[in-house]
Unconditional design. Structure first.
Length: 200
């Protein structure tokens, strides 16, 4: 089963404590931004209503504008101070997450960002029926419930086992089995890596 490591680039701190969407820049950047006019691309109606999308546009502008080279250097220094965990996507889990509705993908992506920083996500619960150390991130809309099943941080790596949507409270059997199979594959891979380390 193929895996896809990823250092997620979701914008940091795009929510306040408690989970409300509150776009904001790093406080230390605000003085440097005075007097600079940002001209991000024209946004569509849905994009313009998304606080995190607007923040992402601002971050992209900061990294591409020649006016703010000093700010970019400062942002880079701040990022290096916090070591982010690597996200490894098992199978097609990343594609499934990206196929969720935009707002759901944004919410769950932010919760993964929190996990990468070692913070507690807003809405999660353990899944001992799948295996020890396995949890799920949760979100919903008027159509369905959405889940991201992951193996908690091991040596700065978070393994996303599976993503799925459901219509009832019970986890669909096929998704349960897929998560268990991928957990088994991850554990076998980690055990093999330890054996190779001992031999070397």
């Amino acid at each position: 089963m193929s895996t896809k490591p990823c250092q997620c680039a979701l914008p940091p701190d795009c929510r306040s404590k408690g989970g409300d969407a509150q776009p904001k820049l790093l406080p230390s950047l605000l003085p440097s931004l005075r007097g600079i006019t940002l001209s991000p691309p024209t946004l569509g109606v849905n994009q313009a209503s998304s606080p995190c999308f607007r923040l992402d546009i601002i971050y992209i502008y900061l990294y591409t504008s020649s006016q703010v080279t000093a700010i970019v250097a400062h942002v880079s220094d701040e990022a290096e101070k916090t070591k982010l965990a690597t996200v490894v996507w098992e199978g097609d889990s990343r594609e499934l997450l990206k196929a969720f509705p935009d707002e759901v993908t944004q919410n769950l992506g932010f919760e993964l960002w929190q996990l990468q920083q070692g913070e507690r996500p807003r809405d999660y619960r353990p899944l001992p029926s799948v295996g020890p150390g396995v949890f799920e991130l949760r979100d919903q809309d008027e159509r369905a419930w959405y889940r991201v099943v992951y193996l908690s941080r091991i040596e700065d790596v978070i393994y996303v086992l599976h993503c799925f949507e459901k219509k009832s409270r019970e986890m669909p059997r096929r998704d349960f089995e897929k998560a268990k199979q991928r957990l088994k594959a991850v554990k076998a891979r980690l055990a093999e890596e330890k054996k190779r380390e001992k031999r070397s």
